[in-house]
Design a protein around this ligand. Structure first.
Ligand code: CA
Length: 222
């Protein structure tokens, strides 16, 4: 039996959706909070998720991004009270397959659910850079070294992303200042060297090589 998870913190709306989907022949469970939704999907067996963006604990888009980052590619229909295009586009870029504005017309929701269940599974949307033992997940800004997650600041991640996107290519300090920090001049600090030091400590001392007198390069795989 096809299993649908309804994620909605308002009990009245959730109950309306659950009853309707059950009447349409689906096995339905309900999560009132984002953390609970992540736990249920992670446990397995969910074929489709109906996800409200406005949740009490974590935002629906965050729920979606975390699930996609963990490799869950189940179809998702987003419900949103927000009419803003920005939110919708952000939702789709976060890996949702479909969205609809509240208030929900049940017939329309059911049509979308049926369509999504028939469609081939979504391709993974998480673009990753993997060089040697280091893996960067670009959408969710997560970094891993030797299979273990490493916590990087936004700037550290940006520097790693630039360097690792072209392993073996030397970037001058000026180029890195421009690409990562947005400076069009060298402020006369050693900020690039400092951040390269941070990354070497976190990702492994040999991830980034110094090209003497020229700059830095990500170690190319041999
Ligand atoms: Ca809600």
């Amino acid at each position: 039996m096809t299993h649908i998870l309804v994620v909605e913190d308002e009990e009245r709306i959730a109950s309306f959706l659950v009853k309707g989907l059950e009447a349409a022949g689906y096995a339905v469970s309900w999560a009132a909070a984002g953390a609970e939704a992540i736990a249920v999907v992670t446990a397995g067996g969910v074929d489709l998720m109906v996800l409200d963006l406005g949740l009490a604990d974590i935002d629906g888009l965050t729920v979606l991004k975390r699930l996609r980052a963990r490799g869950h590619h189940l179809p998702v229909v987003i419900l949103t009270a927000r009419s803003s295009v920005t939110d919708t586009v952000a939702g789709l870029e976060g890996g949702a397959d479909d969205y609809m504005a509240k208030p929900v017309r049940f017939a329309e929701l059911l049509a979308r659910v049926k369509l999504r269940l028939r469609a081939p599974p979504a391709e993974p949307t998480e673009e990753t850079i993997e060089v040697g033992p280091v893996r960067l997940e670009l959408a969710s800004r997560r970094a891993f070294a030797h299979g273990r997650e490493v916590s990087l600041s936004a700037r550290e991640f940006a520097l790693a992303e630039v360097l690792s996107s072209n392993p073996g290519r030397v970037y001058s300090r000026g180029q890195l200042l421009s690409l990562v920090w947005g400076y069009d001049h060298d402020p006369g600090s050693n900020v690039v060297d400092v951040y390269v030091g941070y990354l070497r400590r976190k990702l492994g001392s040999d991830a980034i090589e110094t090209a003497r007198g020229m700059g830095f390069r990500w170690r190319a795989e041999t």
